[in-house]
Ligand binder design. Structure first.
Ligand code: PLP
Length: 394
C-alpha cells in the first residue's frame, strides 16, 4: 500500500507522515500494524467530536438510506441542509442569518470575497500578514508568503496586508476597501489571539468607511475556543462569517453566513452569483447537523476551557517557551524547528499524534477533539514531556 500511495496519489511534501490507517474511534487512530495513536490534532481541527462519533455516524447512515445527491445547490428543498442553516442562524447573533453551504473552507472564502465585492461594488481587499485562508486562487491571493505565491502568479489584484493586532495599520482600511478579512485567531501564524479589543477596532473602522468585515472561523469555530464561534470571545460581529473544517464532523464542508440583505445580492445582477453542484449535500449536511446539535446540546464547549487549563498545567518543561492560543486551539512554542521536528516524529513513535503549524516553525499544534477526556490529556502531555526529556539538542 505504501508503494502505491507514493506512486499513484499526488504528494504535496517530499516527506509525508505516511501512516497507514486501519480505523479510528473517539480520540484514537489505529494503523494497519494495530498500533494505537492518541490524537492531539483531530484531523487539523476538523473532528471536534473525535473519530466516528456515534451521533454523526448514525445521522449519515439514516440519510444514506433516504437519498444522496439529487440536485445542484439551492434548487430543491432538502431537509438536512435547511435544518443545518436554521440551527446555525439560531446560534448566531443578528444579523447573521442566511448561510450558503459549500464544499470546503477555501470555497467558502471565495464565496465570501465575491459577496463582499458584489455588495460593495469595490474591489480592494485587505488581509493580514501571516494569514492562511486556503489554497484556491482567491484564497491564495490573500496570503503574503511570496515564496508560496510566486509560481502561481498572476493572482487576484488589489490585495494589501495589515499586521494583525497593529492598530496603526487600520488607517489603510479606506472607502476604497471592499472588505477586510481576518482569522479570528491567527492559525498558521502560531495561534495568535486578538489583543486590546483589536477586532472591535477593526469593526469600527470598517463601519466608518463602509467596508465589510469577514471573519474566518474555519479553525477556531465550532466550539474550539469555549464558544461556538471565536468572535463571541471578542465582542465583534462580522458582516460575513466563514466556517468549515469542524462543522462537518469529519466530512468535507464550508459555509459562509451573512445578513439576509447582504446574501440576497448573490441572487441578481448577475443571478446565480455563486454556483456549486455539491454544496449542501444531504449526507454532509446530516453529519454537520448532528455535529452542531451535539456541540450545542452538550457541555463540550464549556469543558474546553477546563481542558485548556489541564493542558497548560501538564505541559511544563524547560524546552517549552510558551503556550499560545485559547481553549483547545493551542500551540506550544519550542526553541527551534529542529526540536519541533524531533518532538513530532518521536511522539508519533510513542503513540501520540502532533503536527506542525503552517508558518511558525517553532510551534507544535495541540488541537485535540473536544471530546478528549482528562485522562487522555494527561497521558498525551506525559508523552510530550517524556520525549522532550530525551531530546537530542545539537
Ligand atoms: C483559517 C483557515 N481558513 C481556511 C482554510 C482552508 O480550508 P480548506 O482546507 O477546507 O479549504 C483553513 C485550512 O486549514 C484554515 O485553517
Amino acid at each position: 500500500m505504501k508503494d502505491d500511495f507514493f506512486k499513484y496519489q499526488a504528494q504535496t511534501t517530499p516527506h509525508p507522515l505516511a501512516m497507514e490507517i486501519s480505523h479510528a474511534k473517539g480520540s484514537y487512530i489505529y494503523d494497519t500494524n494495530n498500533k494505537v495513536y492518541l490524537d492531539f490534532v483531530a484531523g487539523v481541527s476538523a473532528c471536534p467530536l473525535g473519530h466516528s462519533h456515534p451521533r454523526v455516524v448514525s445521522a449519515i447512515k439514516t440519510q444514506i438510506d433516504k437519498y444522496l445527491h439529487v440536485m445542484v445547490y439551492g434548487e430543491y428543498i432538502q431537509k438536512p441542509a435547511v435544518d443545518l442553516c436554521e440551527l446555525l442562524a439560531k446560534n448566531l447573533p443578528f444579523p447573521l442569518e442566511k448561510t450558503y453551504l459549500v464544499n470546503s473552507g477555501t470555497e467558502a472564502i471565495e464565496g465570501a470575497l465575491k459577496l463582499a465585492r458584489r455588495a460593495t461594488g469595490r474591489s480592494e481587499i485587505i488581509a493580514a500578514h501571516s494569514a492562511y485562508h486556503g489554497n484556491t486562487m482567491g484564497s491564495l491571493s490573500l496570503m503574503d508568503f511570496e515564496e508560496r505565491k510566486a509560481p502561481f502568479r498572476p493572482l487576484l489584484p488589489e490585495i494589501s496586508h495589515i499586521t494583525f493586532n497593529n492598530e496603526a495599520h487600520l488607517k489603510h482600511i479606506t472607502t476604497k476597501t471592499a472588505c477586510v478579512i481576518l482569522e479570528t485567531i491567527q492559525g498558521g501564524a502560531g495561534f495568535i489571539e486578538p489583543k486590546n479589543d483589536y477586532l472591535q477596532k477593526v469593526r469600527e473602522r470598517c463601519n466608518d468607511v463602509g467596508a465589510l468585515l469577514i471573519l474566518d472561523e474555519i479553525q477556531p469555530g465550532i466550539g474550539r475556543t469555549g464558544k461556538l464561534f471565536g468572535f463571541e470571545n471578542y465582542n465583534c460581529i462580522p458582516d460575513i462569517l466563514v466556517t468549515g473544517k469542524g462543522l462537518g464532523g469529519g466530512l468535507p464542508i464550508g459555509a459562509f453566513t451573512a445578513s439576509t440583505k447582504l446574501m440576497e445580492t448573490l441572487q441578481d445582477n448577475p443571478k446565480l452569483g455563486h454556483i456549486t453542484t455539491f454544496g449542501g449535500n444531504p449526507v454532509i449536511a446530516s453529519a454537520a447537523l448532528a455535529t452542531l446539535q451535539e456541540i450545542t446540546e452538550s457541555d463540550l464547549m464549556s469543558q474546553t476551557l477546563e481542558k485548556e487549563k489541564l493542558i497548560r498545567s501538564h505541559l511544563k518543561h524547560p524546552l517549552i517557551n510558551e503556550i499560545r492560543g485559547k481553549g483547545l486551539m493551542l500551540a506550544a512554542i519550542l526553541p527551534s524547528a529542529e526540536i519541533v521536528n524531533q518532538l513530532i516524529l518521536k511522539s508519533q513513535d510513542n503513540g501520540l499524534i502532533l503536527f506542525w503549524l503552517l508558518f511558525e516553525p517553532k510551534a507544535i499544534r495541540i488541537t485535540p477533539p473536544l471530546t478528549i477526556s482528562n485522562e487522555e490529556i494527561i497521558k498525551g502531555c506525559g508523552i510530550i514531556v517524556e520525549v522532550l526529556n530525551n531530546i537530542q539538542i545539537r
